[in-house]
Each structure stands twice: as structure tokens, then as C-alpha cells.
Design a protein around this ligand. Structure first.
Ligand code: 5GP
Length: 195
């Protein structure tokens, strides 16, 4: 079991509706030491890749993407959730459906901060059905940038996002893959990634 899986078992809460709460260490209160460890671990896993930028989506991806970008020594860009009224031709846009809030958001990235010269590492906190990642990938494609890898802190392996993103051929690394979880018993079972 790795450091993140141990922390999820210690402090994670399984809510109804297939939601795992990690509010005390990852996406409300943040354990900055843990974020540093996460950054170092992704840096180790993608050490062979030459990247120019880290791309994420607000809000909960930002701190994680910062930790990763710090280790690679590159800038970090976060896609902003926007009112469609603000959108003009200087922006790349994508529509993203929120798994936790069940609403749709336009997300935008300024054309000033992404270009066809960029080689990206995409980072997010959770992977469920993959809408957030698909939105970020479509923004990268619109910019002509390459997606060199995808870093997910917690993948819920019983939802289809991970499978569909891997089937598209992307190199996706998840620090913890939850195979199953149960609200009644508060049990979380992880996929064995040791091989
Ligand atoms: P997807 O777009 O893959 O369906 O969902 C990913 C996004 O939804 C993440 O950016 C994350 O913010 C949120 N999310 C999905 N599942 C969970 C969960 O179980 N717990 C929390 N805290 N956020 C989740």
C-alpha cells in the first residue's frame, strides 16, 4: 500500500452516490507535505518525459498541479470555469459536466498561455467518468499541444473514465485506484498496481 492509499484509509470518508470525501487532507484542508510527496511521485513516474507545462482545472486540481509543476520546474496553467458571456476568440473552451455538482460549466484557457509548442502533463484530483479530463484534452488539442501524460491522484476504477482515457492511448498514472467502496461499512478496496 502506498502513502496515499494509507491516508485514504485513515482519513477518507465514503459518501452516498459514489463520492469519496478527502476534505481533511486534499481538497478543502490541504496537507502540504502530502502534496509535496504527490508532486515528487508524479515527477518520478514521468521522469522520462520532456514537458513544458502542467495543465489542470479549477478548483481542486490547482494545488496538486502546482506541486507537480514545482518538481518539473515548469509553469502550471489551470482552466477557469467561466460564464459564457465572457468568452471571446482569444480563448480555448470546452464544456465539462461536474460529477460532484451535476451541472455543466464552460471552461476556458487563454490562447496566450497554451500553444502548439507545448508538451503537457494533465493533472487532476479525481477521475470518475472522465468529463473533466476530456475537456482538458480537447483544449490541448485545440491549441495543437501534445498530451505527454495524465496524473490522477485518486481514480475510481469502478467508473468508466480511466478505461476510456487509456483506450484512447493516453499514458495515465493514478496514485490510488479505488476498485470498490461502501458507504455502509466505510470500506475502500484498492486495485493492486504493484506489478
Ligand atoms: P469526472 O469528470 O471524471 O467524472 O469527475 C472528475 C471531477 O469530479 C474531479 O475534478 C473531481 O473534482 C470531481 N470528483 C469526481 N468524483 C469525486 C469523488 O468521489 N470525490 C470528490 N471529492 N470529487 C470527485
Amino acid at each position: 500500500m502506498n502513502f496515499l492509499e494509507e491516508r485514504i484509509l485513515k482519513d477518507g470518508l465514503v459518501k452516498e452516490g459514489n463520492v469519496l470525501k478527502v476534505d481533511t487532507f486534499l481538497n478543502h484542508q490541504m496537507d502540504v507535505e502530502l502534496l509535496d510527496e504527490i508532486g515528487k511521485e508524479f515527477h518520478r513516474r514521468f521522469a522520462d518525459v520532456n514537458i513544458t507545462k502542467v495543465l489542470t482545472i479549477e478548483a481542486s486540481g490547482i494545488a496538486i498541479a502546482y506541486a507537480v509543476a514545482r518538481c518539473f520546474g515548469v509553469p502550471m496553467v489551470f482552466a477557469k470555469k467561466a460564464k459564457s458571456i465572457n468568452i471571446d476568440g482569444d480563448m480555448y473552451t470546452a464544456e465539462v459536466e461536474s460529477f460532484t455538482h451535476k451541472n455543466k460549466n464552460q471552461v476556458i484557457v487563454s490562447k496566450k498561455v497554451l500553444s502548439s509548442d507545448d508538451r503537457l502533463l494533465i493533472v487532476d484530483d479525481f477521475l470518475a467518468n472522465g468529463c473533466a479530463l476530456q475537456g482538458l484534452i480537447s483544449i490541448a488539442e485545440a491549441a495543437g499541444a501534445s498530451v505527454e501524460g495524465i496524473c490522477i491522484v485518486i481514480e475510481k476504477g469502478f467508473q468508466y473514465g480511466g478505461r476510456s482515457i487509456r483506450n484512447l492511448g493516453y499514458r495515465l498514472e493514478s496514485l490510488a485506484i479505488v476498485e470498490s467502496m461502501d458507504h455502509e461499512t466505510q470500506t475502500v478496496v484498492f486495485r493492486d498496481q504493484s506489478e
